[in-house]
Design a protein. Structure first.
Length: 284
């Protein structure tokens, strides 16, 4: 298990794409109605991390992904009971059995070791695990300009639709010309004791964050990539400085001569490298 608390900042950008569509707004890029800043949910970022780990580890023992659409979750919980021989009549009600099943899930599923999970459903509950890794919503540095691009569709799904709509019909695609997003996260060494998250798991998380967009390209998301990863490593388990003070040491502003930012170099990053005692800044 880990013995250091971590805080971290992720900078990523999008060019001519939709980084995270909002189903309540016709899948348009998510934005703050009052400020116009764009945002990407924590769920979206965790999904990309999960997908990357699933791709490079390919269901390897100890690196399976629980939250994925392969099998029902309750089937995976039942597997934890069967493997550990927990087949008593009090199955699911015995706290020792639930703990054994929970530990089995944490040992075998990478995303549970990191993000935790609610596993109290079905006849074979495995408890509730609060993950040591937490990520906030990502927010764009500047207000975003959402553009609705009209597109045409030629291939029809049915003969009736082709006869009714003709050879082509119009559609819409919402994109952000450019935006730089900032997300902040935390790793609690104290919570990591519950899931037995290791230093190797931490390194794998950094690798996933740096590469989470590289195997996730699509026409809808445009050009997305992780630009910077700033890691604040504490010497102690509970930390040596408040996270908000560390986050404030990274200031990102649009350059004075730039009117509308359209690339990463249009922003200036000011970094205060004078860290509090017991905190190491790692830039990747």
């Amino acid at each position: 298990m880990i013995n250091n608390r971590y805080d971290f900042v992720i900078l990523f950008d999008v060019e001519n794409g939709n980084p995270n569509g909002d189903p309540d707004a016709g899948n348009s890029p998510r934005s703050d109605a009052e400020t116009g800043h764009g945002f990407v949910t924590d769920v979206c970022l965790k999904r990309k991390i999960r997908n990357y780990i699933d791709l490079i580890k390919n269901n390897e023992q100890g690196y399976k992904i629980l939250i994925k659409p392969d099998r029902a979750l309750n089937e995976k919980f039942t597997e934890a009971y069967e493997v550990n021989g927990l087949k008593t009549k009090e199955k699911g009600k015995n706290t020792d059995d639930v703990k054994k099943a929970r530990d089995y899930i944490c040992k075998n599923y990478f995303d549970v070791r990191l993000f935790g999970a609610v596993m109290s459903t079905g006849d074979d509950p495995c408890g509730i695990v609060r993950g040591p890794v937490q990520i906030n919503f990502a927010k764009s540095i500047s207000p975003i300009n959402i553009q609705d691009i009209t597109i045409t569709r030629q291939a029809k799904t049915t003969k009736e639709r082709k006869e009714k709509k003709g050879e082509t019909e119009m559609g819409k695609k919402s994109v952000v010309p450019y935006a730089l997003y900032r997300a902040e996260g935390y790793i609690s060494a104290a919570q990591a004791k519950v899931t037995d998250m290791s230093d190797d798991d931490v390194e794998l998380l950094w690798k996933a964050i740096l590469n989470m967009f590289e195997e996730d390209h699509s026409a809808a998301r445009g050009k997305m990539c992780t630009r910077k990863l700033y890691i604040f490593k504490h010497e102690s388990v509970l930390g040596n400085a408040p996270s908000h003070e560390l986050f404030d040491s990274i200031c990102i502003n649009k350059k004075e001569d730039v009117i509308v930012p359209r690339k990463f170099s249009d922003y200036e990053i000011k970094l205060n490298e004078n860290m509090p005692e017991g905190v190491e800044l790692i830039c990747r």
